[in-house]
Design a binder for this molecule. Structure first.
Ligand SMILES: [Mn+2]
Length: 315
């Protein structure tokens, strides 16, 4: 990665959080890292609750200040599994003239940064920011033909919304130009309209809605284990897949959601022979100093980054 690429970012220590992701006592360089996180505090097209621009701050702050790097359930530290580097936040300030300009800047930056990271065999992790980011990240990774595992209360598969083609409710419609619907699995869905539901079905998108997970999680687990074997995978994680009481800050929380044990169980059911090529953690909010949602996002990230499909388990 060139010096000019690094200049696209505000270093973690100078972001609003003042810390990098996870307070890891072992200093890791970009060169030796295996997973590289970068924040994109985008909140340009959200329609209801605002605040997702503070997602990277909520995740970094809770990961550095509140949460232990030791995972009791794994009996190991996160850095025993994987070497993580934090690039900081993509600088959006200079490109704030209008939404179109911001999205074009994100498109070109994500394409360049994520491609360079993949060339160096690193796993890029975007901290959002709104879900629109998943479109740009997946477009940059489409050549690797990932199976997309999409956790969300919403399909985000509308062709357009309130006059906008590209916004937080449309990324999974537009990404089907690059990734076939049959390579998308949507988990935890419970809000959709008739039209996008039809679009999902016509494109052979696999769905495990929240009621199916609640009634018998083993159907989704067994499907995930079978279909992810020896596959490249991408995880797009919208924090609102969790039930409404867990996510007090996100823009569009919904009842009938999943709980952390169900999510962890699904993450564990992804086959160990799968290979994560990238991921995003999006729609995480922070309001009135309420860090509950940031805590949950960080704990979820740690439960993904310790799995064999990321770290090839060194425990
Ligand atoms: Mn959502």
């Amino acid at each position: 990665m060139l010096e000019s690429d690094l200049k696209l970012f505000t270093v973690p220590e100078k972001t609003a959080a003042g810390y990098g992701f996870a307070d890891i006592p072992v200093k890791i360089s970009l060169d030796e890292s295996e997973v590289v996180v970068y924040g994109i505090p985008l909140d340009a097209t959200t329609s209801f609750g605002k605040g997702t621009s503070k997602g990277p701050e909520a995740i970094r702050l809770t990961s550095a200040q509140q949460i232990e790097t030791f995972l009791l359930d794994e009996r190991a530290d996160i850095y025993d599994f994987v070497k993580i580097y934090d690039l900081g936040d993509l600088k959006l300030e200079k490109n704030k003239q209008n939404t179109r300009a911001i999205l074009a800047f994100i498109d070109s930056s994500v394409s360049r940064v994520t491609s360079l990271l993949r060339q160096a065999s690193k796993i890029p992790v975007i901290l959002g920011g709104e879900h629109t980011l998943a479109y740009y990240h997946l477009k940059a990774l489409a050549d690797e033909r990932p199976l997309v595992i999409h956790f969300d209360a919403h399909r985000d598969m509308k062709p357009q919304y309130e006059g906008m083609q590209m916004c937080h409710t449309t990324p999974f419609y537009h990404i089907m130009e690059y990734i076939k619907g049959q390579d998308i699995i949507q988990i935890g869905i419970r809000q959709t309209d008739k039209e996008e539901n039809r679009i999902a079905e016509e494109n052979s998108v696999t769905t495990f809605d929240a009621w199916q997970i609640h009634d018998d999680i083993s159907l989704a687990s067994e499907h995930l284990r079978r279909i992810t074997a020896n596959r490249n995978i991408y995880i797009s994680f919208d924090i609102d897949v969790y039930d409404l009481p867990y996510v007090p800050c996100t823009g569009t929380p919904e009842p009938f959601g999943l709980n952390p044990f169900q999510v962890q169980s699904l993450l564990k059911s992804i086959d160990s022979s799968a290979k994560l090529v990238g991921m995003d953690m999006v729609e995480v909010g922070l309001k009135n100093g309420d860090y509950r949602e940031g805590t949950l996002a960080t704990e979820t990230l740690l439960r993904i980054l310790c799995r064999e499909y990321v770290s090839k388990a060194k425990k």
